[in-house]
Design a protein around this ligand. Structure first.
Ligand code: B1M
Length: 209
């Protein structure tokens, strides 16, 4: 197997401990950082995403692969700086006020990052103004996560706050989390409801690829 193919395979298998050595060896052997990124790491995450959609792997495996990808990125990032490594879009994601659940939100962030988007991970238990500030700062998309029925109404408050600040039309708003539905998303005026992280990627690629 070539260096690049084995890097892809390592991401698919989520082999955290070997990814950085493999990348370093490939770099030492003269493979370009961009090729390692596009044909190794990103392709690996594409496979993981497809396997996940097909029900062949589950959340723990996806998280492991995403972490493997991030470790690989840690080696490549300094080498990619200045190489016109322009993200496809900027996505700010966070969990709404009163809600501490962050596993799904982090997964969404990691998956998006792994396919070329810049992700601003805002954290948990966020005041609506944190999202408004991101819109003001010029991000392309705002992603909100809620896992509790009691915190879902925060999403509407955030959308209203964006309206009040005159920023609603400047950003695409994504909502998700186990209790959130397409119907709810429509009701509160979100642009996109995503059932899972793979779905967010599909929707983002529809917008920005
Ligand atoms: Co909590 N909790 N929890 N919990 N917890 C749930 C959500 C619950 C369904 C469990 C249950 O009763 N069966 C229930 C909510 C009931 C409800 O309101 N409908 C519940 C409760 C009640 C609570 C507490 C109130 C419990 C208590 O203290 N009495 C409390 C609340 C704390 C708070 O937030 N204020 C609480 C606390 C916790 C822990 C801290 C212990 C822990 C969270 C740890 C952490 O996140 N760091 C926890 C956990 C782990 C869960 C369960 C077991 C698992 C959630 C999870 O991580 N799933 C959960 C039960 C369950 O869901 N089976 C439960 C895995 C994750 C990958 O999936 O987050 O759904 P998920 O994300 C998916 C999609 O939803 C989507 O993509 C992700 C990946 O595919 N998605 C998005 C998520 N965000 C998205 C955003 C997007 C797009 C897609 O766009 C931006």
């Amino acid at each position: 197997m070539s260096n690049v193919a084995s890097i892809m395979d390592t991401v698919v298998k989520g082999q955290l401990k070997v990814i950085q050595d493999l990348i370093q060896k490939a770099l030492d052997g003269g493979v370009a950082p961009r090729q390692l990124l596009d044909e190794g790491l990103v392709k690996g995450m594409d496979v993981v995403s497809e396997n996940w959609k097909a029900g062949k792997v589950f959340v723990p495996e996806v998280l492991r692969s995403a972490k493997t990808m991030q470790l690989g990125m840690d080696v490549l990032k300094p080498l990619l700086v200045g190489m016109s490594f322009k993200p496809k879009a900027v996505f700010a994601v966070g969990t709404v006020k009163g809600d501490l659940h962050d596993i799904g939100k982090n997964l969404v962030g990691m998956m998006l990052e792994s396919v070329g988007y810049k992700v601003v991970n805002l954290g948990i238990d966020l005041d609506p103004q944190v999202f408004v500030e991101q819109a003001r700062a010029g991000v392309d998309c705002i992603g909100m996560s809620a896992l509790l029925t009691t915190t879902m109404p925060q999403m509407k408050i955030i959308i209203d706050s964006l309206e009040e600040a005159g920023l609603r039309s400047k950003v695409k708003v994504f909502v998700g989390g186990a209790p959130v539905t397409q119907e709810f998303a429509k009701e509160i005026g979100a642009d996109f409801y995503s059932i899972d992280a793979a779905h967010v990627i599909e929707q983002m690629n529809g917008l920005y690829s």
